[in-house]
Design a protein around this ligand. Structure first.
Ligand SMILES: [Fe+2]
Length: 418
């Protein structure tokens, strides 16, 4: 299944901080600010001596002593989806989609749109809203869609406003306006996560469309986890309560693309360059992009990664979910070095050199046992979205997390899971 990410939500709308939720400790904040480096004349690739070397010590020497054995990620309890799969589906063959998707507009006048004045479109919208209101997902099936423009138009029946994707974590190429590839290699397991959890403004929903599908849907499935169940399970543990008390710190390390190009370095150990993530080639403009998103930025000089942008983001583990009027889980191990347990290239790096790390808000290490418990909470409340070609799923970024296992090639046949 090749899935295309379609769009992300209302422009720039911030997730509200959980009422009464505690942020990072004063100690974590007090120790956090790093001085900016003054711009050096003419910039440079970072290979010269102008960039002072700094050690990368986030949580102390104990970093090296962590048990970094890959986590076990199951995505769901097989045969026991969190809700019946039919309860999230809308069968589009019961609607006249030729009539619904028959108008063109947008800035260029050539964007396919739903005709919202039609009673048929309003009937479909009401149906999608009803299904979406249950646990925060609607899965359109039997669509007959063959293009991303149709996915985009169908998404607008439920969600008329889209936002552009900026300042993201990984390399994510736009397919067309508001449509992106998933930005991850097929060989990698993608653990459950909420989209853009690591910045101060995130999207409210994400849509996925199946451009192609596998013959065996479970082999190409995307998984979602029902967040209320995962939250309740985690809060029953000492670890969950500690997450409430201490909050989180997301640490990210973004290498310098220019350094890799100038020195003909192998980019396979790079998750994302800061130039790609920010859309800027000037380091100070790139820093401003990140700071506007609430991240603290430090520049380091690395013999391996060049001008290294290191960001820290302090945030509560739980966010306010307006649909359920309560605080629910929003962070996950997808923002830890565990994200790279199966990521080609980056998985070879020792955990302290990987681009992501998640700690408690006061810098305390989250150990492997705690991370595994976290994964288990999401897995216990997971369900698969079984794709057929043309399917579209719109998922709420508050009420669900999403992820997918690696796609394996079929040895000897030449076929593959995309
Ligand atoms: Fe995602």
């Amino acid at each position: 299944m090749a899935s295309a990410r379609l769009a992300a939500a209302l422009p720039g709308r911030a997730l509200r901080r959980a009422p009464g939720a505690r942020g990072p400790t004063a100690g974590a904040r007090a120790g956090a600010p790093w001085p900016r480096l003054a711009p050096q004349g003419g910039g440079g690739s970072g290979s010269g001596a102008a960039w002072p070397r700094r050690s990368y010590v986030t949580t102390g020497l104990k970093d090296m002593e962590e048990d970094a054995t890959p986590l076990q990620v199951k995505y769901w309890v097989e045969g026991k989806p969190a809700v019946p799969l039919d309860s999230i589906k809308v069968d589009l063959s019961k609607y006249n989609t030729e009539k619904i998707f028959s108008v063109y507009g947008g800035e260029d006048g050539a964007t396919l749109l739903p005709d919202m004045d039609l009673a048929e479109t309003q009937r479909l919208r009401a149906h999608m809203e009803d299904v979406f209101s249950r646990i925060g997902v609607v899965h359109l099936v039997n669509t007959g869609f063959t293009s991303t423009s149709q996915f985009n138009a169908a998404t607008k029946v439920l969600m008329p406003n889209h936002m552009d994707y900026t300042g993201g974590a990984n390399r994510r190429a736009p397919i067309e306006a508001n449509v992106y590839d998933t930005g991850a290699p097929r060989e990698a397991d993608l653990q459950y996560h909420h989209e853009m959890a690591y910045v101060s403004t995130s999207c409210q929903w994400v849509a996925f469309g199946a451009i192609e599908a596998t013959h065996n849907p479970i082999k190409g499935a995307t998984f979602i986890s029902e967040n209320i169940g995962a939250t309740n399970m985690l809060l029953c543990t000492t670890f969950g309560r500690k997450l409430v008390d201490k909050g989180m710190c997301y640490v990210r390390k973004l290498p310098d693309e220019k350094y890799f190009v100038d020195n003909d370095r192998d980019p396979s150990i790079v998750y994302n360059f800061w130039q790609t993530s920010t859309g800027c080639t000037d380091m100070w403009e790139a820093q401003e992009v990140m700071e506007r998103k609430g991240l603290e930025v430090e520049w380091q000089n690395s013999a391996v990664f060049g001008r290294y942008m290191v960001t820290k983001y302090y945030v509560d583990t739980f966010e306010y979910d307006p649909f359920n009027d309560r605080n629910t889980l929003f962070a996950s191990v997808a923002d830890d070095y565990a994200w790279f347990d199966s990521w080609p290239g980056v998985q070879k790096l020792p955990h302290w050199e990987r681009p992501l790390k998640l700690t408690f808000g006061d810098g305390e290490v989250i150990n492997r046992e705690q991370k595994q418990l976290w994964v288990d909470c999401y897995d216990t409340h997971g369900l698969p979205i079984l794709w057929s070609k043309g399917d579209l799923a719109i998922i709420c970024n508050y009420r669900t997390a999403h992820g997918r296992p690696r796609r394996r090639s079929l040895a000897g046949t030449g076929a593959s899971w995309a």
